[in-house]
Design a protein around this ligand. Sequence first.
Ligand code: MRU
Length: 349
Amino acid sequence: MSFAKVETLRWIDGRLEMIDQTRLPAVFEYMSYDDAVGVAKGIRDMVVRGAPAIGVAAAFGVALEGLRSVKLEASAFYKALDEAFEVLSKSRPTAVNLFWALQRMRDLLNRVRDKNTREIADILLAEAKRIYEEDIAINKKIGINGASLLSDRARVLTHCNAGALATAGHGTALGVIRSAVELGKSISVYADETRPFLQGARLTAWEMVQEGIPTTLIADNMSGFLMSQGEVDAIIVGTDRVAANGDVANKIGTYMVAVLAKEHGIPFYVACPLSTIDMSVESGADIPIEERSENEVLGYRDIKWAADGVKVRNPAFDVTPARFVTALITEVGIVESPNKSKLEKLFLN
Ligand code: MRU
């Protein structure tokens, strides 16, 4: 396997290890998994999060289940794998990369049914490793494509974490920033804190500080002010699912940023692999939006600050209509003002 700078996931001694992103940056620790139920729980609890990373983890979850079931009779082996697909597909609803990766593993399984359980398990593991490696290569292409959009000394705002931690490596939105820096551009970053799970403060800030990319943390309610002061040149975010019409589902709060960007004439870019584009959903209205526990809004970890008895909503994602998206940055190129016919063309080759 190729080596990523931040090894969000790694395959060691027949087990999947994932950085526990619920504890970063205070604690840097890997969690270790040997079955699909464990990986599904890791996805649900957000030990691993970010659309492409969730897809990669799910592929390894299937592979782990195959490996631990090789000694079973064929029918029991297939039952174990069916259950693995089922539990993994229920782990989180919004990121389409999860379903994309599971479908890719399912299609492969269907093609190798004539083989014995040992051979099938090895084939599934090889495919999971391939998905991992492809993801890094794709992110590097996204990075190069997107870097051309950033001028030297650009001040770039990002929301949530679409970095190495959200992928197999390099990242999508942060991948564009990394690539621009690698190309010699001087880039500075504004990281939105990203309440309630704090992916910006905890994860994006951690990644950028590790690499010495100048980064300023702001609370989510500060970005409009900075835009109005002319302090933001571009916005780049990732996405969990792009609908056929170009609507973009991403971390809650993205929509507000996009609307403000339009008001201030600032380009709003969305970086994503083709596997995040879901041509089976017509518009953002059809994208399932995850609602998470009220505890995430009532406080953080063991600290609770909200008044007892208050009602809570916690939608984890929102939808930014395509009209607010300046361009999608993909591994096959930049799609300005995305719409259905432009997205369809991406899948013709
Ligand atoms: O709830 P999360 O942390 O999984 O949400 C992650 C995001 O919203 C990311 O922006 C998106 O998955 C793109 S990651 C390259």
